[in-house]
Design a protein around this ligand. Structure first.
Ligand code: NAD
Length: 480
């Protein structure tokens, strides 16, 4: 489904019409393209007292070819950067009419050492000076600690306060700029996550707080030889892969090196075959992908799926994407509409996971990613069945994370907002336009935005991320 308004207001004629009558002008978001550099330019660094992540930041920015320039709040950055041989300098805030090349690609604030509410003022200093200096489709990243990891209630309070700051910045920044909070536990590995949030791959993820724990007992994952293909050698199952978001998830996982098994219902067999062929054509590891035809709600399906995957040698990544809607207000909803939505969207996921885990088909270090929805967070008129199922996906992620941690398996969910697919194309026009515009990016997301987010959560570097729900919603007002 095309967003004609977005296209119109970004044409020369449309832009002048929008300016003259004051229409909103959503930015065309910069997304990842293999033929364009993923990273570059400057990141302005700010900090509260006792920042813990400067060394890590200096090393990661260096690996990305980005220059960290220090705001006056980031005391200690310059000598440390110099001692590590990193490119650096002082941050000069730019005037609002500064050219693109004078702007910074990111504002990064290390708030890990903030231990009481009075120290939150350091946020004001940095973002007051810096917010106008960020390039279009730039990034704001605040680094803090998980409040639950702070022994002192004053520190936990101040760390929780970072959420309000980060979310408000996302609403104020505009121009396709995202703002996210990474709650980093001491000893956690943040490289894969920092890369994702600095990259155009996270274009439609904003207003999120992601908790990164130190990896459990298992040794830390080796860094990928090629960061564009961190899933090399992993096998991934994607349900509902014939079209829409599932096809995109399958495509992104394959482009990052995974061997993908796409699953869909018998009536979607032709579409599934076409999707998998297209993925094979686009993928240099061609030939390793497969189509699996099954209705996940059919009796015995979970055992059959587990047997098929066991015969292939096991699986590393499971993405529960298949889902349906049967919308009606509860008074008018049939029992069948209730039962089938709960069964396909939630109970079938449980049955498949149970079968894969019981037989050890999901290998150690595995990843489970459920596709929830902002309806599961906010509830929605006419979607009691759907919202119940999608809230259940969130409950499952939170309750299973501690159980799976001992096996080195992570479980997380993505919660898409309004994504341009056949599902949303069927919505009435008024609702569709509202869904598209009621977020900080003033536009719907693309299936690839969900695919990129799933691929990040599936990556070996995300061992410390489990039990999280990451919204892919452009910071939608719904459920915010
Ligand atoms: P879609 O209807 O375009 O695709 C869903 C796919 O799942 C289809 O290929 C379908 O055949 C498959 N499927 C359905 N029932 C199945 C079953 N019993 N067994 C196997 N496969 C089955 O939907 P989409 O928009 O791509 O949505 C994908 C997921 O994202 C769903 O879980 C949906 O709830 C969720 N989601 C979508 C949006 C959005 O805006 N499109 C927003 C939030 C969440």
């Amino acid at each position: 489904m095309k967003d004609r308004y977005l296209k119109f207001v970004n044409s020369p004629f449309g832009a002048s019409v929008a300016r003259s009558i004051g229409l909103p002008r959503p930015e065309v978001l910069r997304r990842y393209r293999a033929d364009q550099p993923e990273f570059g330019g400057m990141a302005a660094i700010g900090a509260g007292p006792s920042p813990a992540l400067f060394e890590t930041l200096i090393d990661i920015l260096g690996a990305l070819g980005m220059t960290g320039v220090a705001h006056e709040s980031a005391r200690g950055w310059l000598p440390l950067a110099n001692s590590r041989g990193a490119m650096s300098g002082r941050f000069e805030p730019q005037a609002p009419d500064a050219s693109a090349s004078e702007r910074v690609q990111a504002l990064i604030f290390d708030g890990t050492g903030i231990a009481e509410s009075t120290q939150l003022r350091s946020l004001y200093g940095f973002f007051h000076d810096g917010i106008r200096s960020v390039a279009k489709s730039g990034r704001i990243i605040v680094l803090g600690r998980p409040p639950g990891s702070c022994a002192d209630p004053h520190a936990a309070t101040a760390q929780h306060a970072l959420e309000g700051m980060t979310r408000s910045l996302g609403k104020e920044a505009r121009s396709g700029i995202s703002s996210n909070l990474l709650q980093v536990a001491p000893g956690a590995d943040i490289e894969a996550t920092l890369r994702f949030f600095l990259s155009p791959r996270s274009a439609y993820v904003s207003g999120q707080a992601v908790r990164i724990d130190a990896a459990p007992a298992a040794p830390p994952a080796a860094k990928p030889a090629d960061w564009r293909r961190p899933l090399e050698g992993r096998r991934a199952l994607v349900t509902g892969a014939a079209r829409g978001i599932g096809a995109s998830i399958a495509g992104v996982l394959a482009s990052q090196g995974a061997h993908v098994i796409g699953l869909d219902v018998p009536p979607a067999k032709d579409a599934l075959d076409q999707t998998m062929l297209a993925i094979e054509d686009a993928s240099p590891s061609g030939g390793a992908h497969a189509a699996l035809v099954a209705d996940i709600a059919a009796p015995g399906a979970s055992a059959e799926i587990a047997a098929a995957l066991a015969a292939m040698g096991g699986i590393d990544i499971v993405v529960h994407n298949a889902g349906i809607t049967k919308d009606r207000t509860i008074a008018k909803m049939t029992r069948e509409a209730w039962d089938s939505v709960i069964d396909i969207n939630l109970s079938a996921q449980e049955r498949i996971d149970d079968a894969l885990l019981a037989q050890g088909v999901l290998r150690e270090g595995g990843r489970i990613i459920g596709v929830s929805s902002i309806s599961g967070i906010a509830g929605n008129l006419g979607q009691t069945n759907y919202a119940t199922s999608k809230a259940g996906v969130i409950g499952r992620v939170r309750s299973m994370a501690p159980v799976l941690r001992t096996r080195g398996i992570t479980i997380n969910a993505v919660a898409p907002g309004f994504i341009e697919t056949q599902m949303t194309a069927r919505m009435p026009l008024g609702l569709r336009e509202a869904g598209r515009r009621m977020n900080s990016m003033s536009q719907g997301g693309q299936p690839v935005d969900v695919g990129e987010t799933v691929a990040w959560l599936a990556s070996p570097g995300c061992t410390g991320i489990t039990g999280n729900v990451v919204r892919v919603c452009g910071q939608s007002l719904i459920g915010a």
